[in-house]
Unconditional design. Structure first.
Length: 429
């Protein structure tokens, strides 16, 4: 009866409900706060201190044209103030540390301050570090292919092999300073595969950019995370490798020697034994001397991949013999024709020289005769007298036959012409 009366008393029930609510309040608050239960009953505006680590640092201002270095990714913040306000700050998603407004900053080194965004005037903040040296450099962007680095390749199950590794997307855009972008040597993702892997495996991985020494570079990747896939297939049969040539020249023959493996292993073979060889084709159109080239092998249908997927081939070109003979005969014929033309030219020149010599001799003779005739055509008075005397003392008593005299004169004139020439020379002197 007493218990029934107790439960029927509304005042008692109200008091019990209040006590239980208070106990629950204290329990919840102590779970979410580092303070003791007694502190909850003290003044809620009591000054308290909270330290928060790994607070991200964000950039204020428009600096899309710059790449910022020297800025820490996170800082430590110590808050002092009324506990109820600090609790609200810590539970707010807007709590963040930012830089100064960098909109009007130019390229170069700058010393800047960090502060809490939208800070309450009733709370004091201590940021560590509170100021930093940063560098603004012109932003450079470039696209790079991404490879997959399997960190534990021996984890593939026995009797299986990795056929190929791919990423999605296959390329990423890296942004950073010009010096960093220019020094990029390798862009990849690291992928750890499960032990005893017998099937294709895909996992999300972080893009890593390294220089030639393997040092990770301070650049941003877009996207930062990509899917990496390793394909696995059963190890199949080994078949011979055949090398063929393409684009041969008509005046050349080619010796082709495979200096790599003579057989390739079929990976993921699903051809039911119908493949008896694999082929690689080497383009010889530009090969004019002994050359070693890497020739990719053609992957047959119903096969995932080959091991190896390429071989080194030595190609030795030779000039065709028939073409050499033809060229030699052609050269000999051209030489003979040139010699004949040269001889003909020499004969023509000699003939021309002889003609010129004869012409000069004839001219000299004509000149001599001309001189002689001039001297003879100008008779002296003595000659005229002698002619008259000879005409008068003709034994026949008739005038002298002019034709006969002419023949005799011509004969003697020819004989005397040299003497006349000499005489004339001395007379002129």
């Amino acid at each position: 009866m007493m218990m029934n009366k107790f439960y029927e008393n509304k005042i008692v029930l109200a008091i019990l409900s209040l006590i239980l609510a208070l106990v629950l309040f204290v329990f919840v608050k102590t779970e979410r706060s580092s303070r003791s239960p007694l502190e909850l009953f003290q003044n809620v505006s009591e000054v308290t201190t909270e330290t928060v680590s790994n607070v991200p640092v964000n950039i204020e201002g428009d600096v899309e044209q710059y790449y910022v270095t020297g800025l820490p990714e996170s800082v430590t913040v110590k808050l002092s103030g009324p506990s109820n306000i600090i609790d609200q700050i810590l539970e707010s998603k807007d709590f963040q540390v930012v830089t100064e407004d960098l909109t009007d900053f130019e390229e170069g080194n700058h010393y800047i301050q960090l502060h809490v965004k939208d800070a309450s005037d009733s709370v004091k903040y201590e940021i560590s570090p509170s100021s930093v040296n940063i560098t603004l450099e012109t932003l450079h962007k470039e696209t790079f292919p991404v490879s997959v680095n399997i960190t534990n390749p021996d984890s593939v199950a026995s009797g299986y092999e990795m056929t190929q590794n791919t990423t999605n997307p296959s390329e990423v855009t890296l942004s950073g300073s010009k010096a960093a972008i220019d020094s990029i040597s390798d862009v990849h993702v690291d992928l750890k595969i499960p032990d005893g892997l017998k099937e294709d495996y895909t996992q999300e991985a972080t893009v890593i950019a390294e220089d030639g020494d393997g040092t990770i570079l301070n650049v941003n990747a877009d996207p930062k995370q990509i899917n990496a896939t390793v394909e696995v297939g059963k190890t199949g049969r080994s078949v011979p490798i055949t090398i063929e040539t393409a684009n041969e020249r008509d005046d050349m023959t080619y010796d082709v020697e495979n200096i790599g493996p003579n057989e390739a292993t079929l990976i993921g073979d699903d051809s039911n034994g119908n493949i008896d060889q694999v082929t690689g084709t080497v383009d010889v159109s530009d090969i004019t001397e002994e050359t070693v080239v890497s020739v990719p092998l053609d992957v047959p249908n119903r096969v995932k991949s080959l091991n190896p997927d390429s071989v080194d081939v030595r190609v030795t070109p030779h000039q065709n013999t028939s073409d050499n003979n033809t060229n030699e005969n052609s050269s000999a014929s051209e030489s003979s024709e040139s010699a004949m033309e040269s001889n003909q030219s020499s004969e023509t020149n000699a003939s021309t020289e002889d003609s010129q010599s004869s012409s000069e001799s004839s001219n000299n003779s004509s000149t001599s005769q001309s001189s002689t005739s001039e001297s003879e055509e100008t008779p002296t008075e003595a000659d005229a007298g002698e002619a008259a005397d000879n005409s008068e003392v003709n034994p026949t008593g008739r005038p002298m036959n002019s034709q006969s005299g002419s023949h005799h004169s011509s004969f003697w004139e020819i004989l005397a012409s040299p003497f006349h020439t000499v005489a004339n020379f001395f007379n002129h002197i």
